[in-house]
Design a binder for this molecule. Structure first.
Ligand SMILES: [Zn+2]
Length: 492
C-alpha cells in the first residue's frame, strides 16, 4: 500500500525530488522533512480513499477468484477494466497526468465508470403559488432556459400563467448519476385538458420548441356487474366501478331502494356507463350511467334506463317508462343517517297513553336539520296543526300527498299554493306540538288515507307517453343489446 501513495500523490513527487536532490538527507529528515512526510501521508491516504472506490477489497477479489475457480460467472469484465485502469494510474509518473488527481471529480470522469448520464422521467404536480419558471428552476434549470421553454409553449398556444394547482407536468430529464445534477431537461409535457397536450422538446440547436397535440377522445361503454358482499358501494368499488359512478348509482336508486334494509348479501348489481378514452387507452372521464340494475332477492329485479325526453329533460325510467326520480323520497331529510324512531302502525302513544294509529314514520334527527319535499308538488298546508305542531302537506298529484309534522319552522316562501320541487327545503326539524324530542313525523297520504311510507311504492307521475314512450322503448332495446353484448364479453 505504501507504493500507492508514493506514486499517486503529486506532493509526494515533490517530496521525493527534495529528498533525492539533497545530499545531506539526514539533516532535513528531521524538522521540515518530518512535517512534509506526515503531510504526504495524510494527502496520500485521502487519495487512497478516493481512488480506492475503483478497487476491490482483498475479500472481494478473493471471492471473485473463488467464483471463477468454481466455474461460476465471474465478473471478468469488471476485473479486466480494473486491471486495465490500474497500471495507468500507477505508471502515471509524469506530473502532468498526476495533476489530474488534484481534482477528484476530474479523476472520476476520467474513470468513466462512476459518472453516467441517465434519462429520467418525473411527474411534477403544480402546487398553489407555483409558477412554471420557478418549478423548472427548482429542478435545476437555468432561468434563461426555463423562460425559453415558457416562450415556446406560448407560441404553441399555451400560456404558462394559466397553470393551475394540481396540474401535472411530465418531465424527461438527463441527470448525472452519482451527483444527481441536472444535465438537461429534454422534454416537458403539459396536458391542461383531455383534448390537448403540449409537448416541449429541444431542436438540433438545443433550443426549446413546443407543439400542441390534439387528442381525439373515444366514447366507450363499460359494463360491470358483481355480487354484493357487505356493502353495495364497497362491492362496486372492488369490482372496479369508479367512485363517481358508484355515487351516481346510489343516487339513482335512492328513490326506489332503501340501501340499509333492502340490500342483502348475495344480491347483485350491474351498471353500464359511458366514458371517454384518450388515444393511449387512458380513461379521461367517466360519464353517465346508461343502465343501472339491482337484483334484490330472487325475484326483485330493478332495471333503470337513462333517457332524454323531447323537452330535453334527462331522467331514469324503468322499462315501462315510469319515472323513478319522481317517486316519493321516503326519508326527506338532510340528515341522511337519521334513524327511524317509530314505525307506522298501531301502538300506545307515549303522551296520550292510549292505543292510536301512528300514521307515519318518525325520523329522529338533530334540531334544525333540513326537511325536503319528498316529490314535486304544490304546498297545501303550512300552518300550526294542534298535536302536529308546525305542519306542511304537499299535494303531488290526484293520488298522493305527503305530510311533515313537528317542524321548528317553515322554509322561506313555503305557504299554501306554492309549487315545490323534489328535494327543495320546506322546513326544519323541531319538536313542536305533541312531541317528546326533535324528529320528523313523515306521512304519505294515498287517496286521502295515510299509508305506511316504507311499504308504498309511490310514483308521482311524469311517466313517458306517446312519442317519447315509443322512442324510449327503442332506446331500451339498444341499451339491453349493449349490456348483453358487454356481459357476454365479460363472461368469456
Ligand atoms: Zn310520528
Amino acid at each position: 500500500m505504501s507504493s500507492l501513495f508514493d506514486f499517486a500523490s503529486p506532493n509526494n513527487v515533490n517530496v521525493q525530488d527534495d529528498w533525492f536532490d539533497d545530499n545531506s538527507r539526514r539533516k532535513r529528515i528531521s524538522g521540515q522533512g518530518i512535517m512534509l512526510f506526515l503531510y504526504s501521508i495524510v494527502v496520500g491516504f485521502a487519495l487512497i480513499l478516493v481512488i480506492g472506490k475503483n478497487f476491490e477489497t482483498p475479500e472481494q477479489m478473493l471471492a471473485e477468484e473463488q467464483l471463477a475457480a468454481e466455474g461460476k460467472r465471474a465478473n471478468e469484465e469488471q476485473l479486466a477494466v480494473t486491471n486495465m485502469t490500474l497500471p495507468e494510474v500507477f505508471e502515471a509518473e509524469n506530473s502532468e497526468e498526476v495533476e489530474t488527481f488534484d481534482n477528484p471529480s476530474v479523476e472520476w470522469t476520467v474513470q468513466g465508470e462512476e459518472s453516467q448520464p441517465e434519462v429520467k422521467d418525473d411527474v411534477l404536480v403544480v402546487e398553489k403559488g407555483d409558477h412554471f419558471i420557478g418549478i423548472l428552476q427548482k429542478l435545476g434549470m437555468e432561468y434563461n432556459e426555463a423562460s425559453q421553454a415558457a416562450a415556446a409553449l406560448k407560441k404553441a398556444g399555451y400560456d404558462v400563467r394559466s397553470l393551475q394547482a394540481g396540474q401535472k407536468i411530465n418531465i424527461t430529464k438527463t441527470v448525472d448519476v452519482p451527483f444527481g445534477e441536472l444535465l438537461s431537461v429534454d422534454k416537458i409535457v403539459i396536458e391542461p385538458s383531455a383534448s390537448v397536450k403540449y409537448i416541449v422538446t429541444r431542436n438540433e440547436d438545443e433550443k426549446y420548441v413546443a407543439e400542441a397535440e390534439q387528442q381525439e377522445l373515444k366514447n366507450e361503454n363499460k359494463t360491470i356487474s358483481g355480487t354484493i358482499r357487505n356493502s353495495l358501494a364497497a362491492t362496486m368499488r372492488n369490482a372496479g366501478v369508479p367512485q363517481t359512478v358508484v355515487s351516481n348509482f346510489a343516487n339513482i336508486f335512492t328513490y326506489k331502494v332503501n340501501f340499509r334494509s333492502d340490500i342483502k348479501a348475495g344480491d347483485t348489481f350491474r351498471v353500464m356507463y359511458d366514458r371517454k378514452m384518450a388515444p393511449d387507452g387512458r380513461v379521461v372521464k367517466n360519464g353517465n350511467i346508461l343502465y343501472a340494475e339491482l337484483n334484490l332477492g330472487k325475484k326483485n329485479k330493478i332495471a333503470l334506463y337513462r333517457y332524454k325526453d323531447s323537452s330535453g329533460n334527462i331522467d331514469y325510467y324503468d322499462e315501462k317508462g315510469m319515472a323513478l326520480k319522481r317517486a316519493l323520497v321516503r326519508k326527506p331529510l338532510e340528515f341522511s343517517s337519521a334513524r327511524i324512531s317509530s314505525h307506522f302502525g298501531w301502538r300506545r302513544h307515549p303522551i296520550l297513553k292510549q292505543r292510536i294509529l301512528h300514521s307515519g314514520v318518525d325520523y329522529a334527527a338533530p334540531m334544525g336539520s333540513r326537511i325536503y319535499a319528498s316529490g314535486d308538488g304544490v304546498v297545501q298546508r303550512a300552518q300550526w296543526a294542534g298535536g302536529y305542531g308546525r305542519y306542511v302537506v304537499i299535494r303531488h298529484n290526484s293520488e298522493y300527498s305527503t305530510g311533515y309534522a313537528h317542524m321548528s319552522g317553515f322554509a322561506r316562501g313555503i305557504r299554501p299554493g306554492v309549487r315545490v320541487k323534489q328535494g327543495q327545503v320546506i322546513g326544519y326539524v323541531g319538536s313542536t306540538g305533541r312531541s317528546t324530542g326533535p324528529h320528523l313525523h313523515f306521512e304519505i297520504i294515498k287517496n286521502g288515507k295515510k299509508v305506511d311510507p316504507l311499504k308504498i311504492k309511490a310514483a308521482t307521475g311524469a311517466n313517458l307517453a306517446g312519442a317519447d314512450l315509443r322512442k324510449f322503448k327503442q332506446e331500451v332495446a339498444r341499451i339491453v343489446a349493449m349490456v348483453e353484448k358487454d356481459s357476454k364479453f365479460a363472461a368469456k
